[in-house]
Design a binder for this molecule. Structure first.
Ligand code: GDP
Ligand code: IMO
Ligand code: MG
Length: 422
């Protein structure tokens, strides 16, 4: 069977965790292909709310194998904490969790470097989650990194010390104070903890699934507008968050990619710095933030809120080859009598465009909006598409017509059950 991919089409936090958990029963394997503990994927079921950072969102389903792929950067300390948080669910982790030996490690010094780089950027800081993501991917590309498979090698300790020395050398060029000792003890403990897990060549596991007709869902982290190549650079994360990232992050050939599920909020949010053309600075933005509980699942920071941005959505659909759209959090917009969608960008010379400019930051962009009548009623308990208010159906059908892609899931609340599958 081909591998289906699920990914965020905006600036992250679209609701990927919820949807992976909803779809997981259809799959034998759920695999994360990029990112690391910068991600926070929230799942709600049976009165539990759970946030996962590095462990794939299929972990609560008994029959499903979960894989942390080679494209991920893994922080052993966060991993240990996450596993401890799962203990009350009686999950058989020996049977259900596999980690690629090629996954890169995040060292305590990667987190220090992240903080030092951000501090040195002053007002231009990215707004990184400071989880060490950028510096860890930097070491991967610079061919300095240490991988999960290396932790069982006899010279692991020496290689670790060497890399730490390099990092300390870099840190000495920054006006940045740190205490490494404090961070190192839990790291060593967490490495020992990690040794007991299934460390595998996950590309073989996944390709064996493809051959033997088992179903695999690749779970993205972040979103397309944070992609290192196509996002709002330099205000991006350090991995390819797009479909192509699932190929390199798991070892899946492009011809073995099946459906591409693109997920988006009925509006937009962004956490951290960087351009956001449709951002709302008024009372409406504040109301969406409150109603949608738009506060980061990893850092608790408030998420900036704004209207749906169609040029950006179409761009994300294009670079990912999205075959089905899932619309999230339409219930949040029930508080509004009227809502808007950005259809075009107006550039400083007056021209209208649907294209994402090379550098969003340098362009004077004015979003051009189309206004919709709101549905202004609670929709969280609606279970059938045909029972949705006509105004919401009009909104959905407009987006389908504009993008040329069907919206096959409409999510109307954080719980597993608050989901309409068409
Ligand atoms: P992810 O990073 O894409 O997995 O998304 P997050 O978990 O960071 O953020 C999404 C937030 O919205 C979480 O708090 C979810 O519980 C919540 N959520 C997901 N889908 C819906 C929905 O359809 N309606 C509402 N109201 N909340 C949702
Ligand atoms: P999930 O998977 C939202 C943002 C950060 C910052 C930028 C770079 O939950 O959707 P990094 O820590 O990667 O160096 O930060 O990217 N960011 C996210 N925003 N959701 C995420 O993940 C994010 N992961 C990173 O806020 O602006
Ligand atoms: Mg999140």
């Amino acid at each position: 069977m081909k591998v289906d991919v699920l990914l965020g089409l905006q600036w992250g936090d679209e609701g990927k965790g919820k949807v992976v958990d909803v779809l997981a029963p259809k799959y034998d394997v759920v695999a994360r292909f990029q990112g690391g503990p910068n991600a926070g994927h929230t799942l709600e079921f049976d009165g539990h709310k759970h946030v996962l950072h590095q462990i794939p969102s299929g972990i609560f389903r008994e029959r499903i194998r979960n894989i942390i792929g080679n494209g991920v950067v893994l922080d052993p300390i966060v991993f240990k904490k996450e596993i401890e948080g799962l203990s009350k669910f009686n999950i058989d982790l020996k049977k259900n969790l596999f980690i690629s030996k090629k996954t890169q490690l995040i060292l305590p010094t990667h987190k220090l470097l992240d903080a030092a780089y951000e501090q040195s950027k002053g007002k231009d800081k990215i707004g990184s989650t400071l989880k060490g993501i950028g510096p860890s991917y930097q070491d991967k590309v610079a061919r300095n990194g240490i991988r999960v498979g290396d932790i069982v090698a006899p010279d692991f300790e020496g290689r670790y010390r060497n890399l730490v020395k390099k990092h300390q050398n870099i840190l000495s060029h920054y006006d940045f104070e740190y205490d490494l000792e404090e961070a190192e003890a839990p790291f060593i403990e967490a490495i020992n903890f990690l040794r007991d897990f299934n460390l595998v060549n996950s590309e073989y596991v996944i390709n064996e699934c493809i051959r033997s007709s088992q179903t695999v869902l690749a779970e993205g982290a972040q979103g397309s507008l944070l992609d290192i190549d196509f996002g709002s650079y330099p205000y991006v994360t350090s991995s390819n968050t797009m479909t192509a990232g699932a190929c390199t992050g798991l070892g899946v050939a492009p011809r073995n990619i099946g459906e591409v599920f693109g997920i988006f909020k009925a509006y937009c949010t962004r956490v951290g710095g960087g351009p956001f053309p449709t951002e709302l600075f008024d009372e409406v933005g504040k109301r969406i933030q409150d109603e949608g509980h738009e506060f980061g699942a990893t850092t608790g920071r408030p998420r900036r809120c704004g209207w749906l941005d169609l040029p950006a959505l179409k761009y994300a659909i294009m670079i990912n080859g999205v075959t089905q759209l899932f619309m999230m959090k339409a219930d949040v917009l029930s508080i509004l009598d009227e809502l808007k969608v950005c259809t075009h960008y107006k550039l400083s010379d007056g021209t209208l465009t649907e294209e994402m400019p090379f550098q969003l930051l340098d362009e004077e962009i004015t979003p051009v909006y189309k206004t919709f009548k709101g549905w202004a009623k609670d929709v969280r308990n609606v279970k059938e598409y045909r029972n949705l208010p006509s105004e919401l159906v009009a909104y959905i059908e407009y987006i389908e017509k504009e993008t040329g892609v069907p919206i096959t899931i409409v999510s109307l609340g954080p719980d597993r059950t608050e989901t309409i599958v068409r």
